[in-house]
Design a protein around this ligand. Structure first.
Ligand code: FES
Length: 142
């Protein structure tokens, strides 16, 4: 199987069977973001305790890239410290901009590296990760 086909399958699997889709209680940090160019939107909820992301859930509407990215991101950050989660967000940003080709932490996320060929889709891929960053920043200000 070609790598592109494999990546496409991974993306479609997360799109059709999203991990962590849903809501947390009202106490959870809630971040709403949208992609102004298309109107797609995400609501990310985080439960952070003792500097660790205990839970991450999302709802929203968007393209396969944005929604699969949210699914992968919520899987990746659960159990990580906020610093580790921010470092992952940085690394992901570098990956989709084509600045790094390595993403050892989670195979699935690497499937999004193909968006480097489609610059307009970078915003789709980073929507949920930007919500994550915003959420952690808010939490650190509390
Ligand atoms: Fe809207 Fe991808 S086209 S987030």
């Amino acid at each position: 199987m070609e790598l592109d086909d494999l990546y496409r399958r991974v993306i479609m699997d997360h799109y059709k069977n999203p991990r962590n889709r849903g809501t947390l209680d009202d106490e959870a940090l809630t971040i709403n973001l949208n992609n102004p160019t298309c109107g797609d939107r995400i609501t990310l909820q985080l439960q952070v305790e003792g500097g660790v992301v205990k839970q991450a859930k999302f709802t929203g509407e968007g393209c396969s890239i944005s929604m699969s990215s949210a699914s992968m991101m919520t899987e990746a950050v659960k159990g990580k410290t906020t610093e580790e989660a921010l470092a992952l967000a940085e690394k992901f940003s570098s990956l989709v901009k084509g600045e790094t080709a390595e993403f050892d932490e989670l195979e699935d996320i690497e499937a999004l590296s193909g968006v480097t060929k489609f610059p307009a889709r970078i915003k789709c891929a980073t929507l949920s990760w930007n919500a994550l960053r915003k959420g952690i920043e808010l939490q650190q200000q509390q």
